[in-house]
Design a protein around this ligand. Structure first.
Ligand SMILES: NC(=O)c1ccc[n+]([C@@H]2O[C@H](COP(=O)([O-])OP(=O)(O)OC[C@H]3O[C@@H](n4cnc5c(N)ncnc54)[C@H](O)[C@@H]3O)[C@@H](O)[C@H]2O)c1
Length: 502
């Protein structure tokens, strides 16, 4: 055990011991030198919520901040100093922060392409790790992150906070106790309006950003920026992000898997869709948006006896023809982000982080579930107890749920140039074993696109590859080219190791 990890271990054990001996020591009353030292990595958007989470828990103190954007990082340090009374150290290189013996655990809200490597490097240096969703940018990274957590015996929680929400926990318990009969099928929705991120172009990288380190495990683009807004919009460029299927998706596919009791990867995957509608939106037939992930996708996942369908819609979803979904979500306007479980005796809908509803077959409400939770606090509980069973979202859950998105995206990328008419999509969805009414889902998707002015003759949908996956070996068995997407080419020193090399 390294000096750093021994120190963390001794300290965590001491806290655990103190908690056992004197249960009164809880969130309040932990003395300064007993507190766990937090380091937050990537603090622009979501990192701000991590900071609030740690500031709100008396068991920890934020001792380090890491960001490759010096402006963003320094601003956060100032804010923390004002609230906490002590200014955390600021680092631009996470490796230096992970050497800091004042840091006991890290939480990371960098862009997706950094998640797994950040977690692995931190755990190798003896720190527990709270890693945002998706926990990995590709499937092999997720497997490696699990291996690191197990090898270094670290707590690794995924940022799927619904796992700690009372509403979601109660709804899942209700459906698993037979509240809506037998349940084998769930539909995840990310009907979330996303405007174009601007035209593909040649934009300037902000001076205050170390772009080499920002790019990290992704390809270094020379340095070239093809999107207008530096932060956040990387979500829609596949070198870094995973589209909304891999952004919002891991929350909802996680709940779907959880509710259905699925503890593995799917056997068969098919995605159709595209990045559609921005020409109509901009009233310019030649418009090319800088994003290259799908904004409209239907992904079908067959798990043998169970099935998940995930629908991504980035165009307007107001006044849609989705009569059944409108009823279940009790709304015809605005975004619909959630999960519908279809049982033999009714439905359960995860409508938001704090609200789920159970219906009978006639869509009468039979029960409602409300309330949030403290996912950050749950991570700290496990850091103290040193029991990974105490984590509400252990890294393995995060890996399985991120992989749902990655596998769906791989199907899309493999068929991206296969632009086809609706008849061809209809024929293809007829071939996948699924518990959904696939032709009805396709019809609704086409109606949605038409309502948004998409001319499908001129801009047809892409039909992804029908992929067969071996869940145990984590390889595609019918498409060698697709296997290349399970990892990526790394550049030194930002190489994410394979699971047996962590
Ligand atoms: N759990 C949730 O509900 C939730 C909500 C929003 C976002 N997220 C996740 O949080 C992550 C961040 O999203 P965001 O919207 O804040 O993105 P963002 O682009 O606004 O912020 C990312 C920050 O990370 C920094 N960064 C990049 N590379 C870094 C590195 N090597 N070291 C340190 N800092 C680095 C950037 O400079 C930036 O400040 C995403 O992965 C997203 O999926 C989760």
């Amino acid at each position: 055990m390294s000096q750093v990890s021994r120190r963390s271990f001794v300290k965590s054990s001491a806290i655990a011991g103190a908690a056992l001996a004197a249960p009164a020591i809880g969130r309040a009353g932990v003395s300064a030198n007993e507190k766990m030292g937090a380091c937050v990595v990537g603090v622009n958007g979501r990192g701000g919520s991590h900071i609030s989470g740690w500031l709100g828990d008396d068991r920890c103190e934020i001792r380090a901040i890491v960001d490759v954007d010096e402006d963003v990082g320094n601003k956060r340090c100032d804010q923390i100093a004002g609230k906490q009374g002590s200014r955390p150290k600021f680092y631009t290189d996470m490796r230096k922060a992970f050497e800091d013996s004042d840091v006991d655990f890290i939480s990371t809200a960098t862009p997706n392409h950094w998640h797994a490597l950040t977690g692995i490097w931190a755990m190798q240096r003896g720190k527990d790790a709270y890693v945002e969703k998706p926990v990995c940018h590709n499937v092999y990274e997720g497997t490696a992150l699990i291996a690191a957590a197990r090898k270094y015996e670290k707590m690794c929680q995924v940022g799927t906070q619904c796992r700690s929400s009372k509403a979601c926990r109660d709804a899942v318990a209700f459906l698993q106790s037979g509240g809506i009969g037998e349940v084998k099928f769930a539909r995840g929705l990310c009907y979330k309006r996303r405007a174009s991120i601007g035209a593909l172009g040649d934009y300037t990288i902000p001076d205050n950003v170390n772009f080499d380190m920002w790019s990290g495990p992704a390809q270094y683009t020379d340095p070239k920026l093809t999107r207008k807004r530096f932060h956040y919009d990387w979500h829609w460029q596949r070198l870094y992000g995973n589209g909304d299927l891999g952004n919002q998706g891991p929350h909802q596919t996680d709940i779907a898997r959880w509710g259905l009791g699925i503890d593995t990867h799917p056997n068969t995957i098919l995605t159709y869709g595209g990045r559609l509608g921005y020409q109509a939106e901009r009233k310019d037939p030649a418009y090319v948006d800088a994003g290259d992930t799908g904004n409209t996708e239907v992904s079908i996942y067959d798990y043998g006896d169970k099935c998940i369908v995930f629908e991504t819609r980035g165009l307007s979803v107001n006044d849609s023809d989705d009569t059944e979904l409108n009823k279940l979500f009790q709304s015809t306007k605005g975004n619909k982000i959630g999960v519908v479980f279809y049982g033999t005796k009714g439905y359960v809908v995860q409508k938001s982080y704090t609200h789920c509803i159970a219906y009978d077959m006639d869509m009468n409400v039979i029960q409602e579930f409300k309330g949030g939770g403290d996912h950050f606090g749950n991570f700290l509980d496990a850091c103290v107890s040193r029991k990974r069973e105490d984590l509400n979202a252990d890294v393995r859950e995060g890996h399985l749920s991120a992989a749902v998105s990655h596998l769906g995206n791989i199907s899309y990328y493999m068929g991206e140039t296969n632009r086809v008419d609706i008849a061809a999509v209809t024929e293809a969805v007829g071939k996948i074993k699924s518990l959904d009414d696939d032709s009805k889902t396709l019809e609704r998707t086409v109606a949605h696109l038409k309502k948004n002015g998409v001319d499908l003759d001129k801009y047809p949908m892409s039909l992804g590859a029908l992929l067969e996956f071996d869940p145990a070996k984590e390889v595609f068995t019918n498409n060698d080219a697709a296997n290349a997407y399970l990892t990526r080419e790394y550049r030194a020193p930002y190489i994410c190791p394979l699971a047996d090399q962590v």
